[in-house]
Design a protein around this ligand. Structure first.
Ligand code: GLV
Ligand code: MN
Ligand code: MN
Length: 405
């Protein structure tokens, strides 16, 4: 099983818009669509029934003998210049868990459904977990369809071009659709490796928020316009980016983090004063109230920069989500699997967000983490050993068997 899974992870990494070892697979890009087609083939080869919804969430079902469905899965989209394990381990590992249960002649009473979520990453439309937000009824379908990428293309047009043209209001799952949901994922932090623990069982997922900031200034000739006459949009952006750092550090809590990860400068010519900037800012905390104070501080910083520099600054909160708590029964199933496999584990918080943040709103959910080298993620050198991945798959399989048996 280890060898096949390692080969499949490598193959999936080859559907990419950057040179290996980096992976870039933005939702509905050609690389994403080719990866989806290949994966759907694997799901069918494993004897699973495949269906897709209007936003491209993909479901692959092992039909059980009775009522009810247990879900597992993750995402395959990858942010620019990232690694090969984030999300993919939960999709290919979920598939391998199902195949291993089949090999062991396990007969599920509840169906087991593997889910490949659309656009967990916010790269293209500015908001993460698009697929799971819609599945859980957490995002208004018409707002979703109106979201735009950096070329101004709407989700409605981009998904239609990718072959997903049904109404988005058909995506939300019926209440109680899943009796349990499990996601296998790399930790994206250093704790398991430091503790030499092969497994983490997630108890809570931290609260994420993101802001899009548009700054309009005045362009002009870099030689001819004198410094006192300038309204340089990029300099406003610099003040705001430093304000973002100040706001996060200023809470005094190590759990508050804030990042300015996108800063697009227009027109982007060395001899032209920047006339417009778009920034995207990510703010997270395990305490949502403290996170929200940081959002307010950033908004104040925007107003100050606008006034000081004669700029028009507009800040829009794209999302500000509450944290999620995992379900004791589903965590218990993971714990039982660890005990029976004699694998050490610890309970932990997920500081990264995941589709489980939204699945937890509609299904009793939990996550299983495996170590990644140095805690590194969202970088080309992201790495989890096949042994660690296989441990995660076995724990997932054990928990699925308990929950679906
Ligand atoms: C997920 O990719 C996150 O940014 O936490
Ligand atoms: Mn990610
Ligand atoms: Mn992920």
């Amino acid at each position: 099983m280890k060898q096949a899974l390692a080969i499949e992870l490598e193959k999936l990494a080859s559907f990419s818009d950057s040179e290996a070892p980096a992976v870039t697979r933005v939702v509905f890009s050609d690389a994403d669509l080719r990866a989806r087609a290949w994966l759907k083939g694997l799901f069918r080869e494993a004897g699973l029934e495949v269906r897709e919804d209007a936003v491209g969430n993909t479901f692959a079902r092992w039909v059980g003998s009775g009522e009810g469905v247990v879900g597992t899965g993750s995402h395959i989209d990858a942010i620019p210049n990232s690694g090969r394990f984030d999300g993919t381990v939960g999709v290919l590992g979920g598939l391998e868990a199902i195949r291993s249960l089949r090999r062991a002649a396990f007969q599920p009473r509840r169906s087991i459904e593997l889910l490949m979520f659309t656009s967990e990453e916010p790269t293209r439309f500015g908001i993460g977990c698009l697929g799971s937000r819609l599945l859980s009824g957490s995002l208004d379908p018409s707002r979703a369809d109106a979201l735009q990428d950096s070329d101004g293309a709407t989700l409605a047009s981009v998904r239609a071009a990718a072959g997903f043209s049904g109404p988005l209001n058909s995506v939300q799952l019926a209440a109680g659709y899943y009796s349990a949901f499990l996601e296998l994922h790399i930790e994206q932090g250093p704790l398991l490796e430091k503790a030499s623990n092969p497994i983490g069982i997630v108890e809570n997922i931290a609260a994420p928020a993101s802001l899009r900031i548009s700054i309009a200034g005045q362009g002009g000739h870099a030689g001819a316009v004198l410094m006192p006459q300038r309204h340089d949009a990029f300099l406003g952006a610099c003040e705001i980016a430093l304000g973002v750092e100040r706001a996060a550090v200023g809470t005094g809590a190590i759990d508050t983090v804030a990042t300015t990860g996108v800063c697009r400068v227009f027109p982007g010519a060395v001899n032209s004063i920047p006339s417009a900037v778009t920034m995207e800012i990510d703010v997270r905390d395990i305490e949502p109230d403290r996170r929200d104070k940081v959002l307010r501080a950033i908004e104040e910083c925007c107003a100050l920069a606008a006034a000081r520099r004669g700029l028009a600054v507009e800040a829009t909160v794209l999302n500000a989500d509450p944290p999620a708590a995992c379900d004791p029964r589903v965590m218990g199933a993971l714990e039982h699997a660890c005990v029976s496999l004699d694998l050490g584990y610890q309970r932990m918080i997920s500081r990264a967000y995941h589709d489980s943040l939204f699945m937890a709103r509609i299904a009793p959910s939990a996550m299983v983490f495996i170590p990644c080298k140095g805690g590194v993620s969202h970088r080309p050198d992201e790495f989890s050993s096949i042994e660690d991945i296989a441990n995660g798959v076995e724990v997932l399989a054990g928990a699925l068997a308990e929950l679906a048996g």
